[in-house]
Write a protein that binds this ligand. Structure first.
Ligand code: KIV
Length: 297
């Protein structure tokens, strides 16, 4: 018997990588797009099997994986490391590498260099970055380098301090209009899709109608072309406060805590391991072993 029989489980049978132009096609056909974050190989495999179109290796890894209090501290190297694990098992979904704070703000060259690293070293299919304004030229530069780039406006957590905290955006007519213009400008700059985070649903719906490229909403209502949730929020794996737009589809933290508690109790009581968890040795070999040991004394 093999000691380590674990093999990577097969991904979605026969499924090739989703072609990037298919994402816009989904919008044209009125089919909703699904995106979820993932930060490791087993999660990416499960997301692939569930049929999501897009897996985001988000900078939320800073908070839900690495224990930071915001998304700001995570580095490009750290996200590339996680992306490599995700791309090892995600077959069908497009894997989106999330450019972290500090990896694209300085210049277009820096942004293109970071995007290339995500693709070459992490195996990401496309990248995402936050903001419009000065970031439009970063989007243009990345798109012109033949790397698909996703925009992200509304609540952009990397600039939460400037925005006055984690709060909804576009809640006045002027602010809503500014978001609308930013979305159109991102599309013109070459973004293939745009995340709208914490934006009032009617505003997100009007933006979605105005764009040819899809919108992916998080806290932006059902009028978006697709939805994204953070893995740990969706599965109830994260103990911290979650925003109001999160729907938890499971409470896995409780289940895991319970399982670990039972494991600890079993080890302490001797209830684990049992015979079926161990390996046998032929009686004759065991006898020879014992004899050899007794000869030593
Ligand atoms: O990093 C992330 O997980 C994100 C999503 C919240 C869209 O940017």
């Amino acid at each position: 018997m093999s000691v380590h029989p674990r093999k990577p489980a097969p991904a979605t049978p026969g499924a090739g990588k989703l072609p990037l132009p298919e994402v816009a096609e989904l919008k044209r056909r009125g089919d909703r797009i699904t995106m979820v974050t993932a930060y490791d190989a087993p999660s990416a495999l499960l997301a692939d099997r569930a049929g999501v179109e897009l897996i985001l290796v988000g900078d939320t890894a800073a908070m839900v994986m690495l224990g930071h209090e915001s998304t700001v501290p995570v580095t490009l190297d750290e996200l590339i490391f996680l992306t490599r694990a995700v791309t090892r098992s995600a077959r069908r979904p497009l894997v989106v590498g999330d450019l972290p704070f500090g990896s694209y703000e300085i210049s277009d060259e820096q942004a293109v260099g970071s995007a290339i690293r995500f693709v070459k070293e992490g195996g990401a299919d496309v990248v995402k970055l936050e903001g419009a304004g000065r970031m439009l030229s970063r989007v243009r530069a990345i798109a012109e380098s033949n790397i698909g780039v996703m925009g992200h406006i509304g609540l952009t957590p990397q600039s939460a301090t400037r925005l006055g905290g984690f709060r909804a955006q576009g809640r006045t007519a002027d602010a809503a209009l500014a978001l609308y213009d930013e979305a159109l400008a991102l599309q013109r700059a070459g973004a293939f899709a745009i995340v709208l985070e914490a934006v009032p649903a009617p505003v997100a719906a009007r933006i979605t109608e105005a764009l040819d490229v899809p919108t992916i909403g998080i806290g932006a209502g059902a009028g978006c072309d697709g939805q994204v949730l953070v893995w740990h929020d969706l599965l109830g794996l994260y103990d911290g406060a979650t925003p109001r737009f999160v729907k938890r589809y499971a409470e896995l933290a409780g289940e895991i805590e319970d399982a670990l508690g039972r494991y600890v109790a079993d080890v302490r009581s001797g209830a684990f391991p049992q015979e079926q968890h161990t390996y046998s040795i032929p009686d004759a070999e065991l006898e020879r072993f014992e004899l050899a040991l007794s000869d030593r004394h």
